[in-house]
Ligand binder design. Structure first.
Ligand code: HEM
Length: 570
């Protein structure tokens, strides 16, 4: 039985490791030019009590370097932790992909993974209600393959232009610099397609007790191509072999009060103690013909591919078994990008993914510089002899490919491309800014399915977490959320209304899902007269619920490792 004074005890890592670090280097301290530092205690002054002189070069160098120690933090997913390990193929999937990484059962490849929260800054507490980033890099012999996913199978919306608004909405208010529940929920509730994602975040799964106890998802569809040149659409799933464990709002408050680094400490200590976390990698596959026949858009990031139609297929197992020797070098400087794929794996037309292909490299060039590929964690370690064309740029420190000629075409056969690896063609269409609502306005079916898959206890907790998270949001915003939940399932709307202390008969529940931009704007304008802050509610009936029926404190967390009966996988 876990020690209930420390909610993190249920993760089973045991006593914390000593905070002592007694690793020492060799020889006396030197300056950057290698010359010994004569005095690291007293700065040179003109006379015993006189002013400092510029010629104490060590003082100047030390101050100047310190001022530049911090690099820009990731704009989102700033707070994160990572580790190294390996991936082993356990099942043959060569019928769908010719990627060399999958060429034989038993084949191994080095990996690096980084987990993160999204909204908080680099110093934020880990135990926050938020999605978790789940980024995995495979150092394959054909180059780095990154799956930059989350711990949820869907996202808030399906158009990349909204990503910037999301981050503005969940981060800080321009005036107060505080996070604002109203801003947050004003944005989410105004996008009905976000309901599946917000339902997951507000549920028991919204605060994983440890990165080790959560699943990971590519969320997007990608593609795979086999040796015969046949394309298959795929989604990647990482199933935690530790199972699922979460913190309640009440437990998270205790944890944050005791330890802001709860998830990082847990990951680090588990690995140091030899409790290596593992995830099984699965793929869901969809043929091109199946995708063409889908009524809903298979590349819509707000929806799951139903598991009964698209069952998961095991691929291999990931294990993390080595902590970084230096956090900044490997974890802070890691630059993941969904652009990193290898032959046999490809993109999909998902609008969001397509934009991410640009965004990450761009962010990395800003955050770590144009030559960030030279930083060891970002190097294509699996490739025997990488032959990158790029030259010059700030901080080029690898010899810059010496005297090798630097243009193509040339008369010497250098810089050959690999046309044999070209993907099969893909059909295009007329260019326009298509209103996705006209194509698909089914915002509520899957949130309703998830609601009905939850136990009564999980439903109650989801409603109460929602009510707490909505804080003082305006009555208009609260009504809008009740409307969305109600259309997913009447009992969901009623549950959220009750937790918010709102009589549902006062909420305008009329209307059908908006199938155009105009209808959507009209729906969001409903209740303008209710645009007044409310008093936060503190529903507490679920606080003392016993573990039975909950996702949290499961007696056997591993029971949620399998995908077949996981209620959160529709
Ligand atoms: C159009 C939508 C999106 C855009 C433009 C975007 C952009 C970004 C950018 C610029 C970063 C910071 C990268 C860096 O500084 O190294 C980032 C981090 C991240 N994003 Fe996204 N993102 C989007 C959607 C998503 C989605 C849908 C997922 C998951 C399925 C996701 C998962 C992550 C993760 C895990 C990280 C942290 C990577 C790490 O650990 O270094 N993002 N995103």
């Amino acid at each position: 039985m876990a020690d209930m004074t420390d909610p993190m005890a249920k993760n089973g890592v045991g006593d914390h490791l000593p905070s002592r670090n007694n690793v020492v280097g060799e020889g006396p301290m030197t300056m950057a030019n290698g010359s010994p530092v004569v005095d690291n205690q007293d700065t040179a002054t003109a006379g015993v009590r006189g002013p400092v002189v510029l010629q104490d070069a060590w003082n100047i160098e030390k101050q100047a370097h310190f001022n530049r120690e911090v690099i820009p933090e990731r704009r989102m997913h700033a707070k994160g932790w990572g580790a190294f390990g390996d991936f082993t193929v356990t099942q043959d999937i060569t019928d769908v992909s010719h990627a060399k990484i999958f060429s034989e059962v038993g084949k191994k490849c080095e990996i690096f993974m980084r987990f993160s929260t999204v909204a908080g800054e680099r110093g934020a507490a880990d135990a926050e209600r938020d999605i978790r980033g789940f980024a995995a890099r495979f150092y394959t012999e054909d180059g780095n393959w990154d799956v930059v996913g989350n711990n949820t199978p869907v996202f808030f919306f399906r158009d990349p232009k909204k990503f910037i608004d999301l981050n503005h909405a969940v981060k800080r208010d321009p005036r107060t610099n505080l996070r604002s529940p109203n801003t947050n929920f004003d944005f989410w509730t105004s996008l009905p397609e976000s309901l599946l994602q917000t339902t997951i975040i507000m549920s028991d799964r919204g605060i994983p007790s440890s990165f080790r106890f959560m699943h990971g998802f590519s969320s997007h569809a990608y593609s795979m191509v086999n040796a015969a040149g046949v394309r298959t659409w795929v989604k990647f799933h990482f199933r935690s072999q530790q199972g699922i464990q979460n913190l309640t709002d009440q437990e998270a408050a205790t944890v944050v009060g005791q330890d802001r680094e709860s998830n990082g400490r847990d990951l680090y200590e588990a690995i140091e103690k030899g409790q290596f976390p593992q995830w099984k990698l699965y793929i869901q596959t969809m043929t091109v013909e199946q995708a063409d026949a889908m009524e809903t858009n298979p590349f819509d990031l707000t929806k799951m591919w139903p598991k009964k139609d698209f069952p998961l297929r095991e691929v291999g197992i990931l294990e993390l078994n080595r902590n970084a020797e230096n956090y900044f070098a490997d974890v802070e400087q890691a630059a993941f990008t969904p652009q990193n794929i290898v032959p046999g794996i490809g993109y999909s037309p998902d609008r969001m993914l397509q934009t991410r292909l640009f965004a990450y490299g761009d962010a990395a060039r800003y955050r770590t510089g144009i030559n960030h590929h030279q930083i060891p964690v970002n190097q294509p370690k699996g490739v025997g002899c990488p032959h990158s064309f790029h030259r010059d740029g700030q901080m080029r420190v690898d010899g810059n490919r010496g005297s090798e000629l630097h243009y193509e075409p040339n008369s010497y056969g250098n810089w050959a491309d690999s046309p044999q690896l070209a993907e099969p063609t893909q059909a295009g269409g007329d260019i326009a800014m298509y209103d996705y609502r006209a194509d698909d306005h089914d915002y509520y079916t899957q949130p309703g399915m998830l609601w009905r898959a939850m136990t009564p206890e999980q439903q109650l907790v989801t409603c109460e977490n929602t009510a707490r998270a909505m804080g003082d949001a305006t009555l208009q915003v609260k009504h809008r959320y009740i409307y969305n939940c109600f259309h997913a399932d009447p009992a969901y709307g009623e549950g959220v209304a009750k937790a918010l202390g709102i009589d549902i008969s006062t909420v305008d529940l009329t209307g059908t899902p908006a199938n155009s931009r105009a209808e959507w704007l009209a729906r969001n304008a409903v209740g303008k007269e209710l645009d007044q802050p409310t008093k936060p509610t503190e529903p507490a009936t679920a606080a003392d619920l016993p573990p039975a029926g909950r996702d949290t404190n499961a007696a056997d967390p591993k029971s949620l490792s399998s995908w077949e009966d996981d209620p959160y996988l529709l």
